[in-house]
Ligand binder design. Structure first.
Ligand code: DGL
Length: 364
């Protein structure tokens, strides 16, 4: 037996040696570069595309001047992180945004995301209404692929313009696997925010976008996304809203509450045919005694009354300051008035039942 074992031992060794000797020297194989994601940059205007008279002009500049190709050419590093191509969907200062422009943008986003050769989308946008467009898209985009809105607080011509780094970060995020399924996102100032909770909090500083109380989702750092939380409310392909057959959106406006507030704006909006009115009440959505009759009259005429708050954070409690059950009002949860208006507009494309609408404010 011992002889047999040692014979077998030598046979195995010999065979191994033969294999090594006959294997040609391995030539080092060039490491194949990682496949870059395909990201489409949709430009709409804003300060990120703005130009000022001098490099120190950071207010009083002109927004929506620079085209998408110039924005891309200004950041050569984009080509190292994604295969990018640009489209100029429109060119506006975002204070001038309209329903028609929203529907045009949303349709283009859904068309592109349905294509297998598109992995994510960046939308360059003015910061003034960026949070509104982001939330509208969060409710109507029908894909889990990343959609990232980005803007700038300094024009492209300014010293330390923040647009290029914001665009670079947004492109990385839009091409990342980490951003898949997290809804529409907003990136400025190295921070990742959710479309639902982000809002512009300062007229002019680079750190203006915040999510009061609820906080941002993570950071862009070292060329990649670092997420620490994810949205819990329904968004994108989980929503019940479909704009594919819509050519307009229901008219909903906001009335601001304050000392000695007048009912005239409410009566005028009802007279103009509004389908919904958001009342941005003081405190926890409290309503001035002179306003209650106006809201009750509006409700009697079939207008949906949404009780919100001007304070900027916190839950507006149903049946808290007002007996909403008695007056058949809806409350805004934590959505600020401009976000609550968007959800109410889309809700009204499906129903005017206030219980159904209140359900929507509990899940989106
Ligand atoms: N006109 C403003 C806008 O387009 C400029 C603000 C900005 O983009 O930062 O939203």
């Amino acid at each position: 037996m011992q002889v047999f074992k040692s014979l077998k031992h030598w046979l195995v060794l010999g065979l191994g040696a033969a294999l090594v000797c006959n294997t040609p020297a391995q030539t080092p194989v060039e490491a194949t570069p990682p496949k870059l994601p395909n990201v489409v940059i949709l430009a709409t205007g804003g300060t990120i595309a703005g130009t000022g008279a001098t490099s120190t002009t950071t207010v009083g500049y002109t927004a929506a001047k620079v085209g998408v190709e110039q924005l891309i050419d200004a950041v050569p590093a984009l080509k190292q992180v994604a295969n990018v191509r640009g489209e100029q969907v429109f060119q506006v200062a975002s204070e001038n945004m309209t329903n028609d422009l929203w529907l045009k943008l949303a349709r283009r986003v859904n068309e592109l995301l349905a294509r297998s050769d598109v992995d994510g989308i960046v939308i360059t946008h003015g910061t003034d209404t960026l949070e509104e467009t982001a939330y509208f898209l969060d409710l109507v985009v029908k894909s889990e692929k990343p959609v990232v809105l980005v803007g700038a607080m300094r024009p492209s011509t300014a010293i330390s313009a923040d647009g290029p780094i914001n665009l670079y970060n947004a492109t990385i995020l839009a091409g990342s696997k980490e951003a898949v399924g997290k809804g529409v996102l907003v990136v400025l100032n190295d921070q990742i925010n959710s479309a639902r909770d982000v809002t512009k909090t300062n007229t002019s500083t680079a750190d203006t976008f915040r999510a009061p109380d609820l906080g941002f989702l993570g950071y862009m750092q070292d060329n990649r996304a670092h997420f620490y939380r994810a949205p819990l409310r329904k968004h994108t392909q989980e929503t019940e809203f479909d704009i594919s057959k819509l050519d307009s959106l229901p008219k909903v406006d906001i009335v601001y509450g304050y000392e000695n507030v007048s009912r005239v704006p409410i009566d005028a909006l009802v007279g103009a045919g509004d389908k919904g009115i958001v009342y941005a009440g003081v405190g926890d959505g409290s309503v001035h005694k002179d306003i209650m009759p106006a809201l009750m009259d509006a409700r009697k005429k079939g207008v949906i009354v949404l009780r919100g708050a001007r304070v900027g954070s916190g839950i507006v409690a149903r049946n808290g300051e007002v007996n909403d059950d008695k007056y058949d009002f809806v409350v805004s949860d934590t959505l600020n008035p401009q976000k609550a208006r968007i959800l109410l507009m889309l809700a009204l494309t499906r129903t005017d039942d206030t219980k159904e609408i209140q359900r929507m404010f509990a899940i989106y």
